[in-house]
Design a protein around this ligand. Structure first.
Ligand code: FE2
Length: 155
């Protein structure tokens, strides 16, 4: 897969010392959830002033997240595998409720909420589709991260 599409999200990092540190802080804080990030550009550089001194550097970044489309056969195989792994994880962690995929799931990156009752009709997901049954190559419609970046909303 050499051709990628990218979703672009915005981040702001801050540092008391340097602009570069502000960038590094933004990237390192988001590293866990944005493992598919591929590039960044600096959109803004600001400083916060306190008592006529530079209190913080603030750097606004645009982050490019690779949106990878996998082959259909591959994706169905992976879907089975990852659904199995998800179940195993939930048992192993001593989590109380089993993962059913019903209900709502929140994107940890941008806050988008997937509601299984509503589905994601814009992207061909019918209402009533449990989260676990979403295709493996389904990505957050807002920011483009994959399903692993979603967490169940306990109600
Ligand atoms: Fe998102």
């Amino acid at each position: 897969m050499s051709e990628h599409s990218y979703r672009v999200i915005e981040l702001v990092g801050s540092s008391k010392t340097t602009i570069e540190d502000a960038v590094k802080n933004a990237l390192s804080k988001s590293a866990d959830s944005l493992h598919n990030s591929r590039w960044f550009e600096v959109a803004q550089i600001r400083g916060q002033i306190e008592a006529a001194e530079i209190a913080y550097w603030q750097v606004g970044l645009r982050l490019g997240l690779a949106v990878e489309r996998v082959q259909k056969e591959e994706s169905s195989g992976k879907a089975v595998l990852s659904a199995g792994m998800a179940r195993k994880n939930s048992e192993g962690s001593g989590s109380t409720a089993p993962l059913t995929g019903r209900g709502k799931y929140r994107c940890k990156v941008c806050g988008y909420i997937y509601d299984s009752e509503k589905g994601d009709p814009d992207n061909g997901i019918k209402p009533g589709t449990p989260f676990q049954d979403l295709p493996e190559d389904w990505v957050c419609p807002e920011c483009g991260v994959n399903k692993e970046q979603f967490e169940e909303i306990k109600e």
